[in-house]
Design a protein. Structure first.
Length: 404
């Protein structure tokens, strides 16, 4: 408590007894005061009691608590309408990670920085989630906390103070990062093996050829699987040798009628038109012709895909799902030490363009729908074996010319 001298309107001297307290809603310090005509020990004692009463009344009106689980649900309900259906599903699985560690009855006001750090460290070291997942979980926690503060709930945790340290990368970690792409010869080794299965499974010859062509087209264009599965015949322009990326297929229902499973691509930069190589055009045109026979044979059993004229359909006329494609890749034996998924063909396309062909990163980023070159460089750009050979060849040539 401190005392300030003040002069009233009549010119009389008075004494203002002041005290500070912390607003539990905003985290800011605020001031209360009482004014007396005397500056005595008795006046100070009366002022102290009056200030304590005022602070108690103000703080009583600030207390507003809720369980952290209820707060997360409130936040999600507000956010969900602005998110794609697939993103909503991702967020749901993300916030469920909180409750692998915390009880659903835990009050929001009880959460401290140490509790948050312990929770994230437990997910990282005991449940073995990846560093990117831990980073996203911390970010999600921050969004919920900021939402709670805006709603006036009692929050004692400061998100900016939550510090989590990533473990030092091991040689194995670095090696795993380099396993996210295939060399060109590995790509065509995978395609050849899948096509060879017609010898042991002749009834599925057409299916394996179709899935191999889809993988090859993905490698030649760098499309995400959802973008490939969402291509319509009207998106292909044979004269210009281009294809428009305007939608993405998802397993979640996002609309009604024909657009039940179609979403916009991942971001604004993913809406693009890309040029096709001669081989990519050959694959598209071959598949379009085959689709005419498939739709007749299946009697257009899948009405939406038939009406929309999807390009990459299965042998029965329906969508080619990512799950089915990944199951095929799990059977491949010619590649060891690398996890084969449909996304590896996108990685391989980008790495091939940037490293083997020396295409500028800005051009690569635009082709594959990245918002900037940082994503392309940080996530996808790896030195391929052929790229390393080019470096050595160039260095040797320079040394030979110097010796001459």
């Amino acid at each position: 408590m401190w005392i300030e001298e003040v002069i009233d309107d009549a010119g009389n001297k008075k004494y203002k007894y002041c005290e500070r307290y912390k607003n539990t809603q905003t985290g800011r310090w605020q001031r209360v005061s009482v004014t007396y005509t005397k500056r005595t020990n008795r006046a100070a004692k009366l002022a102290q009691d009056e200030l304590a009463r005022k602070i108690a009344e103000k703080q009583a009106g600030q207390v507003k608590d809720i369980t952290f689980y209820e707060m997360v649900i409130q936040w999600f309900e507000q956010e969900r309408n602005s998110k794609r259906i697939s993103t909503q599903a991702t967020i749901k699985s993300s916030y469920k990670r909180f409750f692998r560690i915390w009880d659903k009855d835990l009050l929001l006001s009880q959460i401290t920085v140490h509790m948050a750090e312990d929770m994230l460290n437990c997910l990282y070291h005991e449940y073995h989630y990846s560093w990117s997942v831990i980073r996203d979980t911390r970010s999600l926690l921050g969004r919920v906390i900021r939402f709670a503060k805006r709603r006036g709930y009692t929050v004692q945790i400061d998100y900016s103070e939550i510090i989590i340290r990533q473990d030092a990368l091991t040689p194995e970690d670095i090696q795993n990062k380099q396993k996210k792409y295939l060399e060109i010869d590995e790509v065509y080794c995978v395609l050849a093996e899948i096509r060879s299965w017609q010898d042991r499974l002749p009834l599925k010859t057409f299916f394996y050829n179709r899935i191999a062509e889809a993988f090859e087209f993905q490698f030649l264009t760098g499309l995400r699987w959802g973008e490939l599965a969402g291509l319509l015949e009207s998106d292909y322009h044979a004269d210009e040798k281009t294809i428009d990326i305007r939608r993405s297929y998802t397993n979640f229902k996002v609309g009604k009628g024909e657009n039940t499973h179609f979403n916009l691509p991942k971001n604004l930069y993913s809406l693009r038109t890309i040029a096709l190589s001669d081989r990519a055009c050959e694959i598209i045109e071959k598949i379009i012709e085959e689709n005419k026979m498939i739709r007749v044979a299946s009697n257009c059993r899948y009405k939406n895909s038939c009406k929309l004229n999807l390009i990459f359909i299965g042998t029965g006329g329906g969508h080619m799902t990512n799950n089915r494609a990944n199951k095929v890749l799990k059977q491949v034996t010619c590649i060891s030490g690398k996890k084969l998924t449909t996304h590896i063909f996108r990685h391989s396309h980008i790495t091939h363009l940037a490293t083997d062909l020396g295409i500028p990163l800005a051009a690569v980023a635009k082709r594959v729908g990245h918002c900037n070159t940082n994503t392309t460089a940080a996530v996808y750009l790896h030195a391929t074996e052929s790229g390393m050979e080019k470096i050595i060849t160039a260095l040797n040539a320079e040394e030979e010319s110097r010796e001459k």
